[in-house]
Ligand binder design. Sequence first.
Ligand SMILES: [Zn+2]
Length: 261
Amino acid sequence: MKLFDAHCHLQAFEFKRRISGVMEAAAEAGVVRMVCCGTEPGDWQEVKEIARAYDSVIPAFGVHPFYMDRAGQGWRDTLRSFLAEGSAGVGEIGVDFLRKDLDRELQESIFTEQLVMAKEMHLPASIHVRKGWDTLIHILKRIGPLEPGGVIHSYSGSADLVDVLERYGLYISFSGSVTRPNAKKVKKALAQVSPDRVLIETDSPDILPTTPGRDRDEANEPCNLPVVAKAAAAVRNTGAEEFALLAFENGERLYGRGQET
Ligand SMILES: [Zn+2]
């Protein structure tokens, strides 16, 4: 199987001092490309170094809504300089209205600024949205379709929204949540995504796929992506290998590693 992990956090403390083992296991599982998303200025340097050390890693830099308070005054300039250094994405960015403790307006403005930056710098964005779908659509209406595109990571929205998001240049990515026995809504949405817009991810170290007999508290790793690929392929009535390759090619295209670039 040849796999593209569209969203993970290799800089996470869970992987400290064992990153080479994590990368070896990923390669053995066929995960030959990973988008490693930063979450705040404090982890961007680490993301950059991991991407430098491993060709398979595409770095992304952004301020995650959970960590807005760690961004500090100069984050915009710092972000621009990290992004200007070369092939990268903007992420993880977004809005999370499940978290009542985070200021909604501040989330919206920091997210919008970074989306505009992604558009201006012609970079793909990796987007986190929970319960903020109206806000996302409102922002997209204002700033227009994303160019060269973006991805909604670990999609939790409705099937009806898929078509709208695709029209704004978005790809839709599915995580270990498709392996949950009660993932009806997620599966319905997955079935709705156009073949050229579907992606898969681990969101390591989070969202460990459900595997019978395994401890749910373990850190998730990119090497678990085949479990997601198999579950997603079953939903789309296709073979796992074939589906993995489709998602791989979509990832390569979005992140400018495909044949046309
Ligand atoms: Zn994430």
